[in-house]
Design a protein around this ligand. Structure first.
Ligand SMILES: NC(=O)C1=CN([C@@H]2O[C@H](COP(=O)(O)OP(=O)(O)OC[C@H]3O[C@@H](n4cnc5c(N)ncnc54)[C@H](OP(=O)(O)O)[C@@H]3O)[C@@H](O)[C@H]2O)[C@H](O)CC1
Ligand code: K
Length: 509
């Protein structure tokens, strides 16, 4: 599913109206009706059936006027509050505003601080507040009366349903422009905006519902958005189909270089997950001293002493493999740095670099110029900061751009962990993952993700798909673990335990 910027949404509107000759007022009508359906669902469980629709002066407000009309026609008690000078209302919004006046709708204008004091008192009588103040037309920091109204709405603790996007959230990046409505759910139209998906916009929006308002599918295909939401369908399309061309003897072989003294857990978690995700044959190279621990914990895998691998030549070891992953728990020794150098510059098979592999890569970033095969890196913001020289704050403030720029510059697939995990490729495509929860910020969770990517790559899944599906799978498994154990108590191993059930769920869906 494409995720749009504000201007792309406006362009889609234009195409619908100017190319397909769908009058904008039809789109507004459909938008309003789709919200009314959700209001009725929320209202069903409530004693108090009174609704307040709080509208701005633009088309978001226009949606609000449509909503009021339909609620009135259903006999639902509704009051419309309008913020600003109603003489400024124009176009489709004006048509719908005039209809409300003809219907003698109960309209209250909010223009002064006295109005706001009364508004605050009024709010207590309603069951649901509909936020139709600002949508994709938000231009600047919210101030003045608009700010006061939003603060009073939030303070009322009433259930808020946001139209298109919570007012005050920037549709292009999900940031709060001064103040924003805290909604229980948001109904957005035709396609989600970036502000609906990224934090904090996603937090302010509550549950997100994407409603079709009648824009032709062909029009959507004309919008060249490079940003996509990872959906279950994408995961199912990869997990259910047979992987790759299983040429003789090499089907599903994975090689993981991981672990260091005191860090055997990372090697075990990554290896276990790779097997859980379908790797047929797995070998894990670890320091000799860890072999007994791995052998004890990982009966299905094969362990290789790092020293033996070095003596025989890493590349010789990799000849039969489908994928090599390097980094979980490896530490930053000179020996490991040399291994990383050899793997990056000589390996001719898909490569996953994680954790300390990324920290060492940060000091040898030029090595990426010598890559001989697709490479997936899986940094958290701290590792991305070291790789780019940007501060963690800068990375998190511009997650999509930072990941996209790195992928385009170095020709790698970047999976930038965090909320939300973002996957970018060297062609500038951006995929946003919405599964997962804060309980997954636990030691070893990243090792599990690396194992997932490795497991899928070992079966011939195309690298970008492997990164996308792994991010989705990782979050889904984490969500199941959180349901069962709570976000406080879950461990990385609990995520692995959920993998089989999540894969089955996806394949059967
Ligand atoms: N295909 C679709 O997605 C459809 C979307 N619809 C709805 O239309 C809005 C977008 O409508 P638009 O008129 O472009 O913009 P808004 O209504 O979001 O806001 C513009 C008005 O808000 C004022 N504004 C802007 N920023 C601020 C601010 N920070 N504080 C106060 N007021 C602000 C702006 O005034 P200006 O002074 O900037 O001129 C406008 O008055 C979309 O979100 C959907 O809800 C269609 O209804 C159906 C199709
Ligand atoms: K809104």
């Amino acid at each position: 599913m494409k995720v749009l910027k504000n201007e792309e949404m406006r362009k889609l509107d234009e195409i619908a109206i100017n190319t397909y000759k769908i009058p904008g007022i039809i789109l507004m009508e459909n938008a309003g009706i789709s919200v009314v359906e959700e209001i009725e669902k929320s209202l069903a469980s409530k004693e108090n059936k009174k609704i307040a629709v709080i509208s701005g002066l633009g088309n978001n407000g226009g949606d609000g006027f449509v909503i009021t009309r339909h609620l009135m026609n259903k006999g639902i008690q509704v009051i419309t509050y309008i913020v600003g000078d109603t003489s400024m209302i124009k176009g489709d919004a004006k048509i719908n505003f005039d209809i409300l006046e003809k219907m003698k709708a109960f309209i209250v204008k909010l223009e002064s601080s006295e109005d706001i004091i009364q508004f605050q008192e009024d709010l207590q009588q309603y069951s649901i507040l509909v936020d139709a103040l600002l949508g994709t037309g938000l231009q600047r920091t919210v101030e003045g009366i608009m700010r006061e109204v939003i603060l009073k709405m939030n303070a009322s603790k009433k259930e808020i349903i946001a139209v298109d996007i919570p007012s005050g959230i920037n549709g292009n990046d999900g940031k709060v422009q001064g103040v924003a409505v805290e909604a229980k759910k948001t109904i957005t139209f035709q396609l989600p905006k970036i502000g609906n998906i990224l934090f904090p916009g996603s937090y302010y929006g509550g549950a997100l519902l994407v409603k079709n308002i009648g824009i032709p599918k062909e029009a959507v295909s004309l919008i060249q958005s490079k940003i996509h939401l990872i959906t279950e369908e994408v995961a199912a399309s990869v997990l259910s189909k047979r992987y790759g061309d299983t040429h003789k003897g090499s089907y599903g072989r994975a090689f993981i270089i991981a672990g260091s003294v005191g860090m055997s857990g990372a090697a075990i978690l990554a290896s276990k997950t790779a097997l859980r995700c379908g790797a047929g044959l797995l070998r894990t190279a670890v320091p000799e001293s860890l072999i007994p621990i791995l052998e004890n914990q990982l009966i299905e895998g094969i362990t290789v002493p790092v020293k033996e691998m070095l003596d025989k030549g890493i590349i010789n070891y990799l000849k039969e493999e489908n994928v090599v992953a390097i980094g979980p728990g490896c530490g930053r020794s000179q020996e490991f740095e040399e291994i990383l150098h050899t793997v990056i510059t000589s390996a001719r098979l898909p490569l996953v670099i994680d954790a300390d592999g990324l920290n060492l890569l940060a000091n040898n970033i030029h090595l990426l110029k010598d890559l001989k095969a697709p490479c997936i890196i899986t940094p958290h913001p701290g590792e991305m900061s070291r790789l780019t020289g940007l501060s963690i704050q800068e990375v998190n403030d511009h997650r999509l751009e930072v990941a996209k720029n790195f992928s385009e510059k170095w020709g790698v697939i970047t999976l930038l962990k965090g909320a939300r995990t973002v996957i970018t490729d060297p062609q500038g495509q951006i995929f946003i993952n919405r599964t997962g929860n804060p309980g997954m910020a636990t030691a070893g969770s990243g090792d599990v993700l690396t194992g997932m990517i490795t497991g899928l790559l070992s079966q011939g899944v195309e690298p970008l798909q492997a990164a996308i599906v792994s991010a989705y799978l990782h979050g889904k498994a984490g969500d199941r673990a959180a349901e069962e154990l709570g976000e406080y108590s879950m461990l990385a191993g609990d995520i692995i335990d959920q993998v089989p059930f999540v894969i089955q769920e996806i394949i059967r869906a």
